[in-house]
Write a protein that binds this ligand. Structure first.
Ligand SMILES: Cc1cc2nc3c(=O)[nH]c(=O)nc-3n(C[C@H](O)[C@H](O)[C@H](O)COP(=O)(O)O)c2cc1C
Length: 385
């Protein structure tokens, strides 16, 4: 495996397409309905342009580090919670936690993990965040939080947008079923799951209310982050309840098709609570310049989902680490080219949404497809041989 030959995240995506079955690919890359939100999460980044500053007094290697809730990370790229990772690699969340540890990044670990959370937390020696799905009332939520705290989670992420099953038409059409090797170790340890894992990879969830969120906030001393906020009013309510962070997210377009792109929602959330709370964003981040755009719009960091899953599918821990390192390299390059010495110096002056005429289709393939020539296909095939 020659991971160094994979030079863009699109290469990892292409490599994942070569190693995964069609149903698994549809589950990972697909979303809800007709994929309008999946596509527009990306398109929103494409609509933002960078404005470099010339003759800036920048150092050789810009500082990509970011500090969140007292811990410093090598770059403002967090690994979003995803499941079930066991469909992609036998080491699943352990590989992801080790890759995060190796690269100075952070893994946010889903409740729906193959391995029990305490084992994953032990692999992430410097800590990880636990993402909470409620599978029952408060007693069960309390047990889950206690388990996460005891295992050493350093923050609690409450996902707000995935209580109800989504209409994931592409995964359904492709015939995706949970393969028999997948388990839900954390849920099994908590006694939420007994017997077989359901074929849909989903167990009925319990809708969390504002009252529950207030109770969760009281219940734990950990920083609480709410994931899935897209409106200023909801961000305000979270902040007033003492929530420490918000992840502006539409679940990667996997829950409701037609929901607005996250980069568009970011502005109203940052305007409302950006001065008092940590605002993060995910959905469609695919390059260092995407990270720059999100940070210039006021996010403190971004999360990525599918990109590190491609790395996991292609090469386990090494593949995830390669994805994180590539994003960091691209971010450093972008900062230097823009005349920015550190991520904290990014602001809205470095971007514009002024429109440029779209290239005519006859001018060449779409952006992102640009380097997918036949020769390039051979390079990716050779890299993962
Ligand atoms: C295969 C897959 C599984 C996911 N599972 C979870 C999950 O268990 N919990 C959660 O809060 N979000 C989950 N998400 C959403 C991600 O945390 C994140 O919001 C999304 O992937 C970001 O978009 P991106 O994939 O375009 O980077 C999942 C996403 C994918 C692609």
């Amino acid at each position: 495996m020659d991971l160094a030959a994979l030079l863009r995240l699109a290469d990892f995506e292409q490599a994942a397409e070569l190693v995964l079955s069609a149903p698994t690919l549809a589950y990972v890359n697909g979303g809800a309905g007709g994929h309008r939100t999946v596509e527009h999460n990306r398109a929103a980044f494409e609509a933002v342009w960078l404005r470099p500053r010339v003759f800036a007094d920048t150092c050789e290697a810009p500082d990509t580090e970011v500090t969140l809730f007292g811990r410093t990370f090598s770059s403002p790229v967090l690994l979003a919670p995803t499941s079930p990772q066991r469909i992609l690699h036998e080491d699943a969340e352990l590989a992801v936690a080790r890759a995060a540890q190796e690269t100075g990044a952070l893994s946010i670990v889903s409740t729906d993990t193959h391995f029990p959370f305490p084992d994953i937390a032990a692999a992430a020696e410097d800590g990880c965040w636990f993402q909470l799905y409620a599978y029952d009332g408060r007693e069960r939520i309390a047990e889950t939080i206690e388990m996460a705290e005891a295992a050493g989670a350093t923050a609690l992420v409450v996902t707000a947008d995935a209580h109800y099953p989504a209409r994931r038409v592409s995964a359904q059409r492709a015939g995706f079923r949970t393969p028999p090797e997948v388990d839900f170790g954390t849920m099994r340890q908590l006694g939420i799951l007994q017997g077989d894992v359901p074929a849909s990879a989903r167990i009925g969830r319990f809708p969390v209310t504002w009252d529950d969120l207030a109770w969760i906030r009281e219940r734990t001393k950990l920083p609480v982050v709410v994931k899935g906020v897209l409106r200023a009013g909801d961000a305000r309510r979270c902040s007033d309840l003492g929530v420490d962070g918000i992840i502006v997210s539409n679940h990667g377009g996997r829950q409701l098709d037609g929901v607005l792109p996250t980069l568009v929602a970011l502005d109203e959330v940052v305007t409302e609570v950006g001065h008092e709370r940590v605002v993060l964003v995910d959905g469609g981040v695919r390059s260092g310049t995407d990270i720059v755009k999100a940070l210039a719009l006021g996010a403190r960091a971004v999360c990525v989902g599918r990109p590190y899953l491609w790395g996991l599918a292609v090469a386990g821990q090494a593949g995830v680490a390669a994805v994180i390192n590539l994003l960091r390299l691209e971010l450093g390059d972008a900062l230097r080219q823009l005349g920015v010495a550190q991520v904290a110096d990014l602001d809205s002056s470095f971007i514009t949404t002024a429109t440029a005429p779209r290239p005519h289709p006859a001018d060449g393939p779409d952006h992102g497809q640009v380097d997918r020539t036949r020769h390039h296909d051979t390079i990716v095939r050779r890299a993962i041989r």
